[in-house]
Design a protein around this ligand. Sequence first.
Ligand SMILES: Cc1ncc(COP(=O)(O)O)c(C=O)c1O
Length: 448
Amino acid sequence: MAPDRSEGDVNLGARRQDWQAQHLDAATRSLLEQDAHWFLHQSLSTPCLNALAQAEGSWLTDLAGRRILDLHGNSLHQVGYGHPRVRAAIEHSLHELPFTPRRYTNRYAVELARRLCQAAPMAEAKLLLAPSGTVAIGMALKLARLVTGRFKTLSMWDAFHGASLDAISLSGEAVFRRGSGPLLPGAAQVPPCAPRHCVLGCAGQCALRCVDYIEYCLQREGDVAALVVETIRSTDVQVPPLAYYQRLRELCTRYGVLLIMDEIPIALGRTGHLFALERYGIEPDMLVLGKGLGGASMPLAALIAQRRFDVGQQHSLGHYTHEKSPVACAAALAVLDVIADEGLLQRSRDLGLRAVERLRRGCAELASVAEVRAAGLLIGVELADWQGRCGTDLAEAVLYRCLSVGLSFKIGQGRVLVLAPPLNIAEADLDWALDTLLQALHAECAQP
Ligand SMILES: Cc1ncc(COP(=O)(O)O)c(C=O)c1O
């Protein structure tokens, strides 16, 4: 079966094996072998590419001591790795209060809840915390059933909402769904807004036919509980036009459907706003965030909901052991402080604009580059088929060239190079990353 490339580079590809043969030393090989021996193998992770010894700021260091500038970071390093304020907050809370059994609360969790609810683009909000984005999505689904008395959902093909059985029922990526048996009943997928690749035929000139189709589904079904959508799909940087969300909001209100926005990888400044949907000026019914909330160290996610949906007193919506981890919450409070005090929202917008300009200029004569698009410091460089080589092959070749000189990023949907640097990356490091990427693109595209 051909490997699925929707979520990243393939861990059993020939290029990866060639790269490993050239770059790994004996100690790294041995650790990788042990890793592959003890961990169950799965697509996109084990067996792994390489092993790490350290992470600090925007940089990783592998076992052999090579430094790697990380523009991937599993989308969680908005403030970089080991930020001194995050580290201090974790150390302090760890010494003071390492855990809170469920019948108690703690000041870190309460303060975080207050700050997130007040910052969220909702008139009045309440929240639940959880140890991962996937389970926060699960809680959102349970709450949507409770609030609406309905169970059906609409979500997008090619979206990702997590790897559990309930989350993959929403997700639209085959690698997570294939062979997993019956998924949640009533979970249907619709075409996403992907302006360049519109399957409804408005490629290039978005006419919002995908929204017309959603309206058609809502009319026909009549009893949909929720529409679940990634505000901006991070895997391949899909940025819907303003009118898309304005119409979705209006449709959801008209049909009594809850609008649940998944911002797990992109909240907290990635797109230049604390929450990506701020650029669309709409209020969601629920908003899910995670990843960077734990300061690139602690597992933490949040489901923020309209206050009027506080109707679950008799139900366990989450009940996760680590639902109010004082250490994770202390890290999250430090993340919010760092974003505010270091002006990272503005920085994300400024550096993002500069990077896109530079990439567009640098790729201008490359017919292999179909498009450079971005929202803040979430940047996608989409490659086209070129001179008989398909875009996916080109993307992998560019990635391994860059990895060879210490630059890491993600590939989404097979052919989109996705750059997501820490928002506090040094400008010289970002410049080096762009130079390196452009050199790799030119080198690959100059080859027959
Ligand atoms: C859009 C989106 N939703 C949900 C998830 C799942 O989050 P987690 O891995 O923290 O469970 C991810 C993770 O990559 C994601 O990108």
